[in-house]
Design a protein around this ligand. Sequence first.
Ligand code: TRP
Length: 325
Amino acid sequence: MGIIVSGMRPTGKLHLGHLYVLENWVKLQKDYDCHYFVADWHALSTTFEENSSMKENTRQMVTDWLAVGIDPEKSVVFVQSDVLSHAELHLIFSMITPLSWLERVPTFKDQIHQLKEQGKDINTYGFLGYPLLQAADILMYKADAVPVGEDQLPHLELCREVARRFNYLYRPIFPEPQGLLARVPLLPGIDGRKMSKSYQNDIAIGAEPEVVKEKVNAMVTDPARIRKTDPGHPEVCIVHQYHSIYNADKLSELEEDCRGGKIGCVACKKLLVASLEQVMAPIRERRAEILKRPGYVEDVLVQGAVQARQKAEETMKEVRQVVSA
Ligand code: TRP
């Protein structure tokens, strides 16, 4: 069975944009030996000053993972910082990696620049080494494939380069993992910008029906449309973009009715709320079930850490042996 590794920073409750990433993780459990972890050290690389909610965010996020169908009986579910050897492997990789490899990772300069505009200086050693820590996360479990978003492909490229260099310098113990891009629909936030909790334009996975309704009601529609009978322009409407995912079968009909001024925005939004509820209800129910069992999420993570440490230790034994021969 192929080996899969993937991680997410602990951002707390997840939103609809994450749901498709998670559904892909859930599917992979059937055919692969999966390792899913909370990348809390990675989060520290940009938020070392605002670390107060790390534990709570981890708990919330893992609750969502389980509610969506990540199954701890099938997958190893753990927190990165519970497996200290990730740091050890990162250190060893840092010895063999030329600085220029890290400096040319596109996300490096981009993100420093972006965060500087928000008044944040992350010109740190840890931030530069971020993709190397990610390589350690992945190679530790000898992953064959890593389900990630497109933005992470440069990190995987670096991961393969590091594996190749290690294998060449010492002994060939690491595979060269491939990125697995899932088809994830582009879901904007309710204001049309990228969906993000920090913009408060997100819809949480398993949100209460009133909240979903409120969010959908706040969605930006065609500003030129004042009366129901005015012809609408679905191409500029966020609600319509959501319908293209949640009501794909009725899309052409909806579009026609909108352009012809036959369906108003209120009715159109009502329809979307109902479709979202179908997606949300089962997740909300499972979330509630999980929360009824005190200590369950913590137990899952303790068990996961035990399994992960065991696998990590096997790799580290090999690594130590060939590095300090
Ligand atoms: N860098 C990833 C992100 O920001 C998170 C991550 C850390 C990761 N380590 C990983 C993803 C290993 C896949 C595999 O989204």
